[in-house]
Design a protein around this ligand. Structure first.
Ligand code: SF4
Length: 461
């Protein structure tokens, strides 16, 4: 069952108000990455503390929150499409309150207003804690836009309503100090701000008391965690130490994190992963391209050799490590030779999973202005198909190699498509389908009996 979790009194930003929306229903639509999912959990937590309960659809809701993304054009287009649909819903139910938050609202507040003037509240990524006040304001005084540039409250200091009672996101850092030329994150999430390690540990301890057994530490570049902090004016906390501290908390069985950066990933983090039992053998290691020329144009800070060396170090240090990656196809100026270099790395690295994207220019990024070197769509499509085919083959081969092995998996409850089957996850992050009724949060030992490209099938042993 989803749960609402209150923050510790010491981390509360302000006195809690009395619920004013009892009986109302809310619906949240989230686009984009885990950071947005995490923010949506916090928005849901605030709504529930104000007396609201979830609705199953836009139409059944009194308050709709659309959490937007600017990273991918697709998400952007779908978001504006959704706002169009919501106009029709609002015409039928003019009392419905519509809030647009997230990265697109942070960056393009005027555009959101212009394209969807029926939105009641436009708010950014830095002021989640204001959502209820902004709703009140819009109800009494009309539409409002409030986007601020400075972080008002760490998302983790707000109440949360988690989808999985046993599993929680924990923000350790927001913002990013890098300047990847395709990425809008630094301009919508700001510079890196790390949470103090003691606050993070206390939050995880509290989550554990609340029944959580798995946490995912969340940051844009977790490897640089703590660089902006100084403890007693001396030593700054580092990510490897944080992993060890969180991994030692009794009752926390699994610790994951996302995302590390190949340029900043060092042996101390790999050692912390290997030496801390609770930290899972799973690493998301974004490649983006296998060509040094393209990596330099992307401003990634590493080259192909460094990436491969660090990946090898991680695999040598952490037995049984599963690796996933991100790859962008068709970055401006990418030639056939550049793409072949990416394919070489894909063949050599043998990623368990890859999130593959077609380059889409995001307004406000440097890459979006490289129009002279945009790669023709048909060329990108052909490269993308080849990449997907190759990666699917590799994922299938790696999954097939697990048949006959045993794994401890953690149930996430019945599969949405086939409720007679439980969706579970291995420590390495692989989805394992197991026939039977295993409530969310149940650990079980399974033998893998068959494998497909994107999931495994297990039988309890
Ligand atoms: S590391 Fe690069 S891609 Fe990741 S959030 Fe920072 S700027 Fe964006």
């Amino acid at each position: 069952m989803p749960q609402v979790l209150l923050p510790e009194p010491s981390t509360r930003e302000r006195p809690r108000r009395q619920p004013t929306r009892s009986g109302q229903r809310y619906f949240i639509r989230t686009f984009g990455c885990q950071m947005n999912e995490h923010d949506s959990e916090r928005i849901a937590g605030l709504f529930e503390l104000d007396g609201m309960s979830p609705a199953n659809s836009f139409e059944a809701a009194d308050v709709v929150y659309v959490n937007t993304c600017t990273i991918r054009e697709n998400a952007d287009n779908r978001m504006y499409g959704n706002l169009g649909q919501l106009k029709a819903v609002k015409d039928l139910n003019p009392d419905m309150m519509l809030v647009v938050g997230g990265c697109a609202a942070q960056k393009d507040r005027e555009l959101v207003r212009e394209k969807a003037p029926w939105v009641d509240v436009v708010m950014g990524t830095h002021n989640l804690d204001r959502v209820l006040d902004l709703l009140d304001h819009a109800e009494h005084w009309g539409p409002i836009t409030e986007v601020v540039d400075e972080l008002q409250a760490m998302p983790s200091s707000l109440p949360a309503k988690r989808e999985l009672a046993h599993s929680a996101w924990v923000t350790i850092q927001v913002g990013c100090n890098n300047t990847c030329t395709f990425c809008i994150v630094p301009s919508v999430r700001g510079v890196e701000v790390s949470r103090r390690p003691g606050d993070i540990v206390r939050e995880v301890e509290r989550l554990q008391r609340d029944g959580v057994v798995e946490v995912t530490l969340l940051g844009q570049n977790v490897d640089t965690y703590g660089r902006d902090l100084a403890i007693d004016g001396k030593r700054r906390p580092i990510f490897g130490d944080l992993l060890r501290r969180v991994g030692e908390i009794e009752g926390i069985e699994r610790v994951r994190f996302t995302s590390p950066h190949p340029n900043d990933f060092r042996e101390d983090v790999a050692l912390a992963m290997a030496e801390t039992t609770a930290v899972c053998e799973q690493l998301h290691f974004p490649l983006q391209s296998g060509s040094d020329r393209v990596l330099a144009a992307m401003h990634r800070g590493y080259n192909r050799r460094k990436y491969i060396e660090r990946l090898a170090m991680a695999r040598d240090t952490i037995p049984g490590l599963a690796v996933s990656t991100d790859i962008i196809v068709g970055f401006p100026g990418e030639t056939d030779e550049d793409f072949d270099l990416t394919m070489e790395v894909v063949e050599e690295a043998r990623f368990d999973q890859a999130f593959m994207f077609i380059f889409s220019p995001r307004p406000g990024t440097r890459a979006a202005s490289m129009t002279d070197s945009f790669v023709p769509d048909e060329v990108i499509q052909e490269r993308f198909s080849r990449l997907v085919e190759t990666q699917n083959r590799i994922s299938g081969e790696l999954n097939a190699a697990t048949v006959g092995s045993r794994m401890k998996v953690l149930s996430e409850g019945p599969s949405r498509k086939r409720p007679e089957v439980a969706t579970t996850r291995s420590r390495t992050g692989k989805v394992v389908h197991v026939e039977g009724d295993y409530p969310s949060g149940t650990f079980l030992e399974v033998e893998i009996v068959s494998a497909a490209q994107h999931h495994l099938v297990g039988e309890p042993v």
